[in-house]
Design a protein around this ligand. Sequence first.
Ligand code: COA
Length: 468
Amino acid sequence: MLHLRRSLVAHRAFHSSRFAARPEISFKLSDIGEGIAEVEVLQWFVKPGDKISQFQNLVEVQSDKATVEITSRFDGTITKLHYEPGQMAKVGSALIDLDVSDEVAAAQNASNAPKSKAPAKKVEPIKKAAPSPAPIAHAPTPTPAAAPVARIPIARANTGGKVLTTPSVRRLAREHNIDLEDVPAEGDRILKGDILNYIKHLAENKAAAPAAAPSASSASATPTTSTTPAFEFLTESTTVPVTPIQKMMVKSMNAALKVPHFGYADEIEMNALDGLRTTLKPLAAARGVKVTYLPLMIKAASLALKYYPILNASVSDDEAHITMHAHHNISVAMDTPKGLLVPNVKNVESKSILDIAEDLQRLQKLGAEGKLGPNDLTGGTFSLSNIGSIGGTYMSPVIMVPQVAIGALGKIQTVPRFNAAGDVVPVKLMNVSWSGDHRVIDGATMARFSTKWKDFLENPVAMLTELK
Ligand code: COA
């Protein structure tokens, strides 16, 4: 109701000069695209009373696809924030109200006049810049220097000394043995990103850690800089809202539930591939890239897909058409601090192994920082999930609809096997578990594809025969 009143005030102000007071407009959440209907407000960079200018960062929001920062299109003074951090904001709803000058209001009025009666123009989201949450446990790209925590210490005066935050953030702090009182934050409320930044800060600033360490005991000779979580039982049952990323999982898993899956598994001898990786490592390092097994397995998958394009395909909603994609955009399941995200490496068919490694490294870094954008997260045509980098042997992977196939890679382990002479020898083995869409893929096709892929991995020189 308040918003309506203000909108009306703004609307009248645009069309009349009778009002001496500065016109007030509402600034709405634009259509971000990709079918996104709502976003979670993560953190505000402004507060009521702040004078803001065009392009100034206003708020960080999380959709089920990416984290974005929304910037202002106006100069003005903020009169109201419509959402608290943690609340869901619907596309088209007002994010903030602000007083603007008559000129801004008039310009806005002029630009809106031909087609719209809307009192405020929608904002354009931009990709998130900084600050951003840092990875918790796995930071694959070492930072050369210690990063300062560029935050203003939290002002708790107006909270009665009480630290404001959500139960999930409290739990995260507890798991990492962090006293919330020590966590710097920009506003009155501590966000998950503040905790992650603080953990990163502790890890990267070992020398400075005693001063920042949470308890008096930190004055002892051994600083408590470990980021190993100290897990505790929950003291009470806790209910938390489903996060945007979990909402995305709900959507994609419900879609996958309609697809009849079948499974196929095999084991791959990885000794030769391991040797190739060892040879590649220094060459990759010279280019500033780290080569894990995954880029090699992705390239081998693309080469095998050349022979079986039906596996790099999607099925139309009405189940009447199958599109076999010319591009091999290989989706890779990533375990990120925000949860499971599945970005894709584009056009693998025309990329070298080092190109793929470079792309993966970029995506992994963006994933760890919560900065993966919609372009990285959409358009995948085939999926691989390297659960083996965490552990495990077999899996039942779930197809990323509308794709038709996914493979889960198990942990590479050295196990005893008989060689041709009947002797027991140590062999590096990896299990792969495929899932196929049984509406359009049959087991024989999957088995042939898997065998082709296995051949490339067990005899990687064969990949050279595919080069043009
Ligand atoms: N078996 C044994 N070791 C493995 C391995 C495997 N299957 N996969 C990776 N490794 C090794 C790597 O070679 C690397 O070791 P190194 O430093 O000696 O080279 C180390 O484990 C870490 O690799 P990682 O940083 O994980 O890189 P990656 O390119 O192999 O994988 C991701 C990148 C993003 C896919 C991976 O980190 C990840 O998030 N995996 C989880 C996927 C997931 O959650 N799947 C479930 C979906 S429901």
